[in-house]
Design a protein around this ligand. Structure first.
Ligand code: TYD
Ligand code: MG
Length: 469
């Protein structure tokens, strides 16, 4: 009998140590270490006895390397295929990660049904829900249950037997955290089990050339041994995001060996499953109150795609000694900075005001290109003056109040023009050369210039500042 040793493994990144650590030295996560027993023989070995490494041989020029088949198996869901780079390649392993309840199982079941309809044979291994539950969901979604194959199982040897013996075109394992390799002894979901089970399944996918979906749960606290452990093992990592009480779902690609990263698919969770949002800009602007102070539309890049989003600000008198700065969908610290710029550079008195800023529709904006729009929304609410409803605003704001260049401006404005916006406030440095767009372009050099032109605000009194400029 081999001696069993204990070691401690970080659930987030897989770093292992002989002793327990409060903080992971590799990824910085707190209290993420779990004990795991290691039997030397049980270390990962593919059951087919083949390693995943390419066979060693002679050196060759890249041109003489046989090209991989570029045939892609479409899932039938346009948004999903686009994020995947056109569909699934043979033997590709895709990790679909997301918080519980976001809709991972729903997405894959819908994709399974469209694959099956087109003649593909897909095996859905469910370790989380019973076969009856999956059937019930499929029926609710109106899918053809006679074409869907399901295997309710968590024991990896049994799953391996089924997938080796069947002539499946695609495998789905929902979820990797429920699988167990009996020899390991540790419970399902522990880092060792996740790594072992994933490595074995990946080995099979590569050997048989069958695309494999792995579902992985993440929690906000990151307590469950997570997809982070698997990220470097798989070919593609997709994150499915969204708030439970809102319909918007975003599918982002974080890593893709077979396509471009930074792709985003937009879905909407409805009573009848996930619907593709083919016109996301229109979706985000659907409920926009036209002519309301504090509402500004800005074109944001979601990966390679420009999307129009509405930013709303509400500025009100604060009874608190420390006025609130609350945000939803935009970086909180950015609001403090923009408020300071507005206060100092254009003398908009915000120090005794609460400021609330939201991105509507449950979206998140992570790029500074939205700065000018956020500043415009705050100023518009503060002054109680609306901006023209056909205006889009884009530009980064520097600490001196200057409006700086942003990437892909032409694409952003083209999307705005497509949705009927006829005016755009853009960074002055980029305003020239934007020909051919059916829009009136206004190049603005500073926040002050923007406020004076579009909100008719020409700066507060000079004597109420701090006297330093
Ligand atoms: P699910 O796919 O089970 O999430 P995950 O696999 O990521 O844990 O989705 C569960 C949630 O989706 C659940 O809260 C109910 C909701 N839902 C709908 O709103 N409409 C539907 O048609 C379905 C099937 C689920
Ligand atoms: Mg699920």
């Amino acid at each position: 009998m081999a001696k069993t040793k204990a070691r401690y493994v970080c659930c987030d990144c897989g770093f292992s140590s002989a002793g327990w650590l409060g903080r992971c030295p590799s990824c910085g996560a707190w209290e993420s270490f779990k004990e795991e027993s290691v039997t030397p023989q049980s270390q990962t070995k593919s059951i087919l006895g083949k390693s995943q490494k390419p066979s060693l041989g002679q050196a060759m020029t890249l041109a003489s390397v046989p090209a991989e088949s570029t045939i892609r198996l479409r899932t039938g869901l346009g948004e999903l295929d686009r994020v995947l780079g056109g569909g699934l390649t043979p033997g590709a392993v895709i990790l679909l990660a997301g918080e519980p309840g976001v809709g991972k199982s729903t997405l894959l079941l819908q994709a399974a049904a469209t694959t099956a309809k087109e003649g593909g044979k897909l095996l859905y291994v469910t370790g989380e829900e019973s076969a009856a539950q999956v059937r019930l969901r499929a029926e609710r979604l109106g899918l053809d249950t006679s074409l869907l194959w399901v295997l309710p199982e968590t024991s990896l040897p049994d799953i391996e037997r089924e997938i080796i013996n069947g002539d499946w075109n695609i495998w789905v394992v929902d979820s990797i955290q429920t699988l167990q390799w009996p020899e390991l002894g540790s419970p399902a979901g522990s880092p060792g089990q996740i790594r072992e089970c994933a490595a074995r399944l990946i080995g099979l996918a590569k050997t048989k050339g069958t695309p494999l979906w792995l579902v992985g749960h993440i929690t906000k606290e990151g307590h469950i041994a997570g997809p982070k452990l698997l990220e470097h093992l798989v070919d593609t990592v997709l994150y499915f995001e969204g708030e439970r009480d809102r319909p918007l779902r975003l599918l982002r690609s974080l890593k893709n060996r077979f396509g471009s990263v930074n792709e985003t698919g937009v879905f909407e969770m409805t009573g009848a499953g996930l619907g593709e949002v083919v016109n996301p800009s229109a979706f985000f602007l659907a409920e926009r109150p036209k002519g309301a102070p504090g509402s500004v539309v800005t074109p944001v890049m979601e990966g390679h795609r420009p999307l129009l989003m509405e930013i709303q600000a509400l500025v009100s008198f604060s009874p608190l000694a420390m006025p609130r700065r609350q945000t939803l969908g935009v970086d909180h610290t950015r609001i403090g900075l923009l408020a300071a710029v507005l206060e100092k550079k254009v003398r908009l008195k915000l120090f005794d005001r609460d400021i609330f800023v939201n991105v509507t529709g449950g979206a998140k904006i992570g790029e500074p290109a939205a700065d000018l729009a956020v500043a415009a929304a705050i100023a518009s609410s503060m002054l109680d003056r609306p901006l023209p409803p056909d205006l889009v605003v884009v530009g980064e704001v520097g600490l001196a109040g200057e409006v700086r260049r942003v990437g892909r401006l032409r694409d952003r404005l083209a999307e705005a023009a497509r949705l009927g916006f006829s005016r755009a406030a853009v960074p002055l440095g980029e305003a020239t050369g934007l020909t051919g767009l059916k829009m009136k372009i206004d190049g603005v050099g500073s926040v002050g210039q923007f406020l004076s032109r579009h909100l008719d605000f020409h700066g507060g009194r000079r004597d109420d500042g701090d006297g330093h400029d």
